[in-house]
Write a protein that binds this ligand. Structure first.
Ligand SMILES: NC(=O)C1=CN([C@@H]2O[C@H](COP(=O)(O)OP(=O)(O)OC[C@H]3O[C@@H](n4cnc5c(N)ncnc54)[C@H](O)[C@@H]3O)[C@@H](O)[C@H]2O)C=CC1
Length: 372
């Protein structure tokens, strides 16, 4: 690790335990320095604020991986166009960040740390601004909700059409969504559940228990056909490697099925030779909301097989147990390209299973929106 990365990581340990204070200080200082910036953020900030600080912290942790760091920041810059953030705003937030770090770290902070964060922040902003400037797409698309279907009390599948401009995403990517009618300025990321199409229609799968997930709750329980959403910059690297001839393993937990379904749709447009195995886990049979759709695909495509499993439903007549344990039983997966999508703990435990099978890391793709 070079000195720069060491200084950043070492200084981070001084504030890591006090992250809530750091975040509060950062936003308070930002809004004090430039009250206009307050208008860019949601009314209710607690737990709902912009994820910019989190993203900066994630960027600091990828400083050892310059290539990944570069693409991550460019995508972040493209995505932040939706907030109308400009170079002056970034300067203000940089000052607030340094101030928050110094105050939170206390006596352990020193000039070398200060300079390292200053340099890191300048490099981050430069790349984010370059990413934003190079993007010829609109900052966000308006999208009209076309259909909305509920599955039980906490799951919904909806489609919307992006208006005014083609929205090009790659199967397996995610976008951020705002529902101005319900929660203005609250943006959250969701995987697109269908492959790109000429109609500019995107599908999303959302699950959230009652009382949890502000925006997700509204998207499950309140959204209606005709509502207008905003959709911003597609991101993520869980996309198909078309040049590969290897068979494919897909592992989906709950609504983690969304990007897997998009990948399958894309495969139906060209694949004839690669075997594709999908493992789809949910708590109960009733939670396997996507199983009928998957079975239709299996009936039409001989290269596809699907193994559903339930982790909390002894009456289910298929596989029993956590989906990762089922995947392990069917292995080894050494020669496959692997796609994993679900909660962060589910992804982590699938990665352990694949590591035990000695699958090369570059053959495993997953996106957990930075929460792994
Ligand atoms: N691109 C992505 O990676 C996407 C991820 N998601 C995430 O997927 C999750 C889906 O949540 P729900 O539908 O509520 O399903 P869930 O996460 O509650 O459970 C579904 C199934 O996943 C497996 N699972 C869950 N936790 C596990 C663990 N610790 N170890 C092994 N297996 C585990 C079990 O088989 C379980 O039945 C959410 O956290 C969501 O954010 C959703 C869409 C896309």
């Amino acid at each position: 690790m070079d000195t720069f990365a060491r200084l950043l990581k070492e200084s981070w340990t001084l504030v890591e335990e006090d992250r809530v204070r750091l975040t509060e200080h950062f936003y308070a200082r930002t809004f004090l320095l430039d009250p206009e910036l307050r208008k860019l953020f949601p009314v209710q900030m607690s737990g709902q604020g912009d994820r910019l600080l989190e993203a900066i912290i994630a960027a600091i942790h990828t400083v050892d991986d310059p290539e990944g760091f570069d693409e991550f920041l460019r995508a972040l810059g493209r995505d932040h166009r939706k907030y109308h953030v400009d170079a002056a705003h970034y300067d203000t937030m940089g000052e607030a960040l340094l101030d928050a770090l110094r105050c939170t770290a206390g006596d352990g902070w020193n000039l070398a740390y200060d300079q390292a964060w200053r340099d890191a922040y300048a490099a981050i902003v430069e790349k984010m601004l370059a990413g934003a400037a190079a993007d010829t797409n609109p900052a966000f698309w308006h999208a009209e909700v076309l259909t909305h279907e509920r599955f039980g009390s906490d799951t919904a599948v909806f489609t919307c059409r992006a208006l005014q401009h083609p929205l090009s995403w790659k199967a397996g990517q995610y976008v951020s969504i705002e529902a101005p009618r319900y929660h203005p300025r609250v943006w959250r990321t969701y995987s697109v559940a269908n492959a790109p199409n000429d109609d500019n229609v995107l599908e999303f799968h959302i699950r959230t228990p009652a009382g949890a997930g502000w925006l997700s709750g509204a998207l499950v329980r309140r959204l209606q056909p005709g509502d207008l959403l905003r959709v911003a910059a597609p991101m993520g690297s869980m996309t198909l490697d078309r040049s590969s001839e290897r068979d494919i393993l897909c592992v989906a937990g709950g609504v983690g099925l969304a990007p897997i379904k998009a990948l399958l749709e894309e495969l139906t447009s060209f694949n004839l030779t690669r075997w594709v195995h999908v493992f789809y886990g949910a708590h109960t049979k009733a939670d396997l909301y996507g199983l009928d759709g998957l079975r239709e695909l299996v009936a039409a495509h001989p290269w596809l097989s699907v193994t559903p499993a339930c982790s909390d439903d002894p009456d289910f007549d298929g596989e029993q147990g956590e989906i990762t344990d089922v995947v392990a039983r069917y292995g080894p997966w050494t020669a496959h390209d692997c796609y994993v999508s679900g909660s962060a703990p589910m992804v982590r435990s699938t990665l352990r299973v694949l590591a035990a099978d000695e699958v090369l890391p570059q053959r495993i793709r997953y996106d957990t929106f930075g929460n792994l």
